[in-house]
Design a protein around this ligand. Sequence first.
Ligand code: PAF
Length: 305
Amino acid sequence: MVNFLPMRSPLSKRQNAEFSSEIKMKIFEDIPDMQKFAESVRKSGKRIGLVPTMGYLHEGHLSLIRNIRKSCDVVVVSVFVNPTQFGIGEDLNKYPRDFKRDQELCRKENVDIVFYPEVPKMYPEGYDTYITVEKFSGIMCGVSRPTHFQGVTTVVAKLFNIVKPHIAIFGEKDYQQAIIIKKMVQDLNFDIVIETSPIIRESDGLALSSRNKYLNKNDRKNAVLLYQSLQHAKKLFQKGERDILIIKQEMAKMILQIPNARIDYIEIVAPDTLRSPDQIQERAVAAVAVFIGKTRLIDNLLLEQ
Ligand code: PAF
């Protein structure tokens, strides 16, 4: 069942035309328009790169745009707060939105197309098809957010069919998401290259996220302990510690210095399979999800020598 928000007022055709002639960036709100345009780009032999986003863009998104630009001719950014990836009681309604600012940032990055559909266009009345990557979706973030990844894979598959990209890029902050999308692409034979791009951090190490906006001053200061706990895990690993339980306990001790923190999970997993062995072999990814007050933050770091 798709959770609908009140309709926003669409850009008028005139507004859109003025906008695109002024800054040479097109905004498509309709799926057939986007598909027709994508088809014509493909016919001209150009490569399309897609940066899927939920808007409220920050430096992390901008780095995705800059990175994908290197391997395509036409950059499409999708801006869509996808209701199917939010569970009941999650922050769909208050998820930050500022399309005007997003447009401006895209324009500055020389984005070619912004795809900005309304919810009923993506999920019309009677919508009934979902994609699930079974095993990967039920672990880590999938334990406390059991419908989240189904929503992500469904909307990403739809975006692939609408934008028709040759290549799409995802941030490594959502490590599990990137693995799940790669698996979907492999299993469903999408002819699309999936790239990932490193986490962009604030100067104190906090991973950039649109949800950082929810943090008050004190919580924002404390939030850096997530990254510090990951760095601590890496140091322990580099000193020879291989026992996952010991590393996780050390990380938890650090995170729980935050008075209003609740650990959703701390996991140390194999980078490709997301399996959690007792002992780390050569490399592993340490990943955390922590509520600070009501704000759920995630972060991860590769443990390697
Ligand atoms: O990572 C995100 O912002 C979202 O999960 C995505 C991939 C745009 C799908 O809505």
